[in-house]
Design a protein around this ligand. Sequence first.
Ligand code: UD1
Ligand code: CA
Length: 454
Amino acid sequence: MELNVVILAAGKGTRMKSVLPKVMQPLAGRPLLRHVVDTAKALSAARTLVVYGHGGDLVQRAFASESLLWAEQAEQKGTGHAVQMALPQLPATGRTLILYGDVPLTTTSTLGRLIERVASDAAMGLITLVMDNPAGYGRIVRDAGGDVVRIVEQKDASDDEKKIREVNTGIFCVPNVLLHKWLPALQNNNAQGEYYLTDIIAMAAAENVRIETVQPEQSWEVDGINDKLQLSALERVHQRVLADSLMRGGVTLIDPARLDIRGSVTHGMDVHIEPNVILEGRVVLGNNVRIGANCQLKDCEIGDNVVIKPNSLIDDARVGAGAEIGPFARLRPGTVLAENVHIGNFVETKKAVIGKGSKANHLAYLGDAEIGSGVNIGAGTITCNYDGVNKHLTTIGDNAFIGTNTSLIAPVVVGAGATTGAGSAISKDVPDNTLAVARGKQVVIESWQRPVKK
Ligand code: UD1
Ligand code: CA
């Protein structure tokens, strides 16, 4: 049976106290809704439909590149009403999994177990959870034989029903024929005056449709987010899961509670990560990579045996094997370092391609630069790449030696084996194997007297 996914995301999220719609709040660096949309993709859903309400424009723009279907629920009249809004876009056959934009971490393995129980129009399924404190949730009412007969919401429950500890997570899988039949029949004669999706359970029981229940492997899989406290609690749970998976893969984490992953990390053997590191986007770490404290790495590939010393920032860069970065280095987009390059403290690179074994050990800016191998960049060297309007290229040949405090006024070429004198402002090309000195000549005044205090 074809699988459809409907994601309910019309809630206002008032308790977030934010201009951002609730489902756009980030967990592990990605909007809550992004996690759910990715889950739908991982389940190979034939179509995924998002029911939106508040901040719909913003949400739709953020997901414009996805082939999602959208249904507006202008007024929130309950979960049943929300799924009704999706009905016109749901085919007559197949089955539909109902997920929530604010329940981001349900695993595909748990959902897979639910879906496989709904293999014909004779069964529907839902995820339930047994809780120590079920207050606030819809309760699962079972008959003497243990079969589910209905769900009763907290506000409609009798004192006895309130003692039931098995609750509804809200995640349902229902054959489309049954949704088309049952949803239009929902009534709102209940304590909240809402159209409850949960009322379809009693309809299923009345029609002898088998009601399957599945429990999540971990309770956090069905945790919903309503405020910033719950958001941060789930963030920590999720980060711990990600850290555990790195450690299982052989990564040494000095403190798994002080690593943040906001994207995907692939790694080789013997990677070692000190505290307070943030990994964002797509990060690829080779074998034996060492990352010091307080580093932030985003969208980068780091080769084998690279050492990244504390307080370094790397964004959209490739670092070759054996390189040494930092402390306090900043590699900006377009930085490509060959093997064994050294980028030391307070060195900033941007669109800089640097060859094997070259070194910029202290205090330099290398922007829009093509630098050969075996080059030594002295402290204080600046590529003057910007004339206020355009960016220009600095090219430095193999084995050049750039003296301390050289200003390289681009466009300019320093040849292979060339040397620039310390303090030079190099505005003309320097031929191979020559020395260029471009600075005021030193004058020594022997008869000079220091002023004396009057
Ligand atoms: C619902 C269930 C309850 C379950 C609980 C789990 C119903 C009637 N009750 O409770 O049995 O234990 O979830 O958290 O289904 N939404 C819309 N449009 C609406 C109403 C809700 O899109 O008109 C969305 C919300 O954005 C939210 C989700 O549906 O993501 C659940 O709504 P919420 O009000 O939090 O659930 P409850 O009614 O408390
Ligand atoms: Ca509600």
